[in-house]
Design a protein around this ligand. Sequence first.
Ligand SMILES: NC(=O)c1ccc[n+]([C@@H]2O[C@H](COP(=O)([O-])OP(=O)(O)OC[C@H]3O[C@@H](n4cnc5c(N)ncnc54)[C@H](OP(=O)(O)O)[C@@H]3O)[C@@H](O)[C@H]2O)c1
Length: 178
Amino acid sequence: MNVTTIGRGTIGGGLAALWQQAGHDVSTLGRDGGDATSADVVLVAVPSGAISDALANVTGLQGKPAIDATNAFPGRNEQYESLAAEVKAHTNGPVAKAFNANLGSLYDRIGEQRVRPSCLYAADDGVRAITEQLIRDAGYEPVRVGGIDRARALEDFATGVLTKIGQVFYRFAPPGEL
Ligand SMILES: NC(=O)c1ccc[n+]([C@@H]2O[C@H](COP(=O)([O-])OP(=O)(O)OC[C@H]3O[C@@H](n4cnc5c(N)ncnc54)[C@H](OP(=O)(O)O)[C@@H]3O)[C@@H](O)[C@H]2O)c1
C-alpha cells in the first residue's frame, strides 16, 4: 500500500517505520506539508490544534481515505463533533479513527507481547479494510467499535481513561482467545 503520513513525530514516524517493515511504501510529511496524490490512504498524526492548518498544506487530499490518530490533549475545535469530523471536512472522503488509543512510546515493544495487543478503531465502510490491514501490519489486532460516528467516544476514551492508566497495552477478545 502507498501511505502518506501527515505528521512524522512519535505517531506518524513510528507507524511509518512499522509499515515500512511490513512492506508498505510510506512517505512522511511535516508541518511544511506536501503532496498526497499518490497515497492510497493518509494518516493524520499532528497536534489537535494543528489539524486544519496541516491538512490545508497538503495537496491531493480530495476524496482520499484517511486514518485519524489525533487526540484532543491541548483541546479541540468544538465546531466539529470530533477530531475525525474535522479531518473529514478537509478530505471529503472516508475516515477512520485508529491508533489514537495506543501509545507510540510502546511501538517497539508490540512484537514482544504474548498475544497481539488490541487497537480500537471506528471507521467509515470505505476505509475499513485498509484500516484493519494497517492495524495488523503495525502488529495490533483491530477491534471495531462502530462507524465514524463513534470517533468522539474513542477520543474521550483515550484522553479520559487510557491516560489515567499509564504505559499499557490492552486486549479485547472473545472468551477463549485470551
Ligand atoms: N504520542 C502518543 O503516544 C500518541 C498516542 C495516540 C495519539 N496521539 C496523537 O497523535 C498526534 C501526534 O502526536 P505525536 O506524539 O506524534 O506528536 P509529535 O511527536 O509532537 O509530532 C507532531 C507532528 O505534527 C507536526 N506538526 C506540528 N505542528 C504542526 C502544524 N502546526 N502544522 C502541521 N504539522 C504540525 C510536526 O511537524 P514537524 O515534523 O515539521 O515538526 C510533527 O511531525 C496528536 O494529536 C496526539 O495527541 C499521540
